[in-house]
Design a protein. Structure first.
Length: 95
């Protein structure tokens, strides 16, 4: 994932939540850490599907992994859009 795409995702969330990109990233990392530390075996099995370089995934690594899963599932590109204050994903393909 290009840095520009990653930052656009964070910016969209920040605008929706009326906060800063830094706060979004901090809160997302906090949520990742809580989830990653969950001892439930089913949850740990899901975390094993997300590759990461450090001892736990970063926000970027999680967003990249989930975006890849969506692209693979939809066999195309995923576009994050904000409409009427609701964020949703839309599939689109190259023409």
């Amino acid at each position: 994932m290009r840095t520009r795409d990653y930052m656009n995702i964070l910016k969209t969330i920040a605008e929706h939540e009326k906060t800063s990109i830094e706060e979004v990233e901090t809160e997302m990392q906090r949520a990742i850490d809580i989830g990653f530390d969950n001892p439930d075996k089913k949850i740990q099995k899901e975390w094993e599907k997300i590759s990461h370089k450090g001892d736990r995934p970063t926000v970027r690594e999680v967003i990249e992994a989930l975006s890849k899963r969506l692209k693979d599932k939809w066999n195309g590109k995923v576009l994050f859009v904000s409409k009427d204050d609701n964020m949703y994903m839309k599939q689109y393909n190259y023409l």
